[in-house]
Design a protein around this ligand. Structure first.
Ligand SMILES: [Zn+2]
Ligand SMILES: [Zn+2]
Length: 295
């Protein structure tokens, strides 16, 4: 592969026949020789796709030929080659699984009733203007552990479907009158999360447009972001500058590390943080739940 690239994009738009769109996407992706994960639903499309730059460009051109996807905002990043072992194109009830498909309304203009979209620069301006701004992480706790916005609230979620119960627990009710900025990897989870927040009486809700990916492009580690960005492909994590220090800590030696590995116990396979040297030396192969960290 000459130059591996990865694209990340989503479009919230009503699709009357998601199965037809799925078949078209499957054909297009195969023709263009790209791999990755594409979700189609009555709510629109959500995808992460990788391949050689020429193939990915051909795929994006094909994607834009379909009118509802004409103005898709595509985020490009560098791959490492074979970033996705296979192609998966599926129809799902939701683009992101909050298990709340009926709580959001989609029009050709996108999601109705979400938070105000802010560009990376506008987020920084809001934080400068108002000292009570709070960042609200729209990802899973595992993702937030290795990198997050400074001072962010991190809900205790193992998966996106945990958000509704987490919000309904009342644990964040004290934030209802403060300016809340939600953020996630590429912005899609915030489209739904910000609706859930507003429906529960959060009054001043914003969402980071383009997600952490766009913020990192704009500010690297010079802004309000600290640490590594967790990604769902072979790279596992990306950093926005060579000197970025991960917020994750090795389960064995406590050194900063963004490296998740799977617990060697076949009954467990839980992801945990383990640095390269502790992995290489075999000092730790199983997670702290299976083998407690020595005091
Ligand atoms: Zn270590
Ligand atoms: Zn384990």
């Amino acid at each position: 592969m000459a130059l591996p690239k990865i694209v990340l994009f989503y479009v919230f738009t009503p699709l009357a026949d998601p199965e037809a769109v799925r078949l078209w996407q499957l054909t297009l992706a195969r023709q263009c020789n790209v791999t990755g994960r594409i979700i189609v639903s009555e709510q629109g499309i959500n995808a992460t796709v990788g391949g050689d730059i020429r193939d990915v460009k051909a795929y994006v051109r094909g994607l834009r030929e379909y009118e509802p996807f004409e103005h898709v905002d595509v985020k490009w990043s560098d791959g490492v080659g074979n970033d996705f072992p296979r192609l998966s194109v599926k129809v799902r009830p939701e683009l992101v699984t909050f298990n709340a498909p009926d709580t959001i309304t989609i029009t050709a203009d996108g999601v109705v009733g979400g938070g105000t979209h802010l560009s990376p620069r506008e987020v920084n301006e809001l934080v400068e203007q108002r000292e009570d701004v709070v960042f609200f992480d729209g990802r899973n706790e595992l993702e937030a552990r290795i990198g997050r916005f400074r001072g962010a609230v991190v809900p205790q979620t193992g998966a996106t479907r945990d958000f509704v119960a987490e919000l309904d627990s009342g644990a964040y009710d004290h934030l209802k009158d403060r300016p809340v900025v939600t953020y996630c990897t590429g912005g899609i989870r915030c489209e739904v999360l910000s609706v859930l927040l507003r429906n529960r009486g959060f009054r001043d809700v914003y969402q980071l447009d383009g997600g952490i990916v766009r913020y990192g492009e704009a500010y690297g580690n010079e802004g309000l972001w600290d640490g590594s960005l967790y990604v769902f492909d072979r790279r596992m994590h990306v950093e926005f500058s060579p000197d970025a220090r991960s917020l994750g800590r090795c389960a064995q030696c406590d050194e900063p590390t963004p490296r998740y590995v799977n617990c060697a116990d076949p009954q467990c396979r839980r992801q945990f943080l383990c640095c390269e040297s502790c992995t290489d030396s075999g000092a730790r192969t199983r997670c702290p739940q299976c083998v407690p960290v020595p005091a």
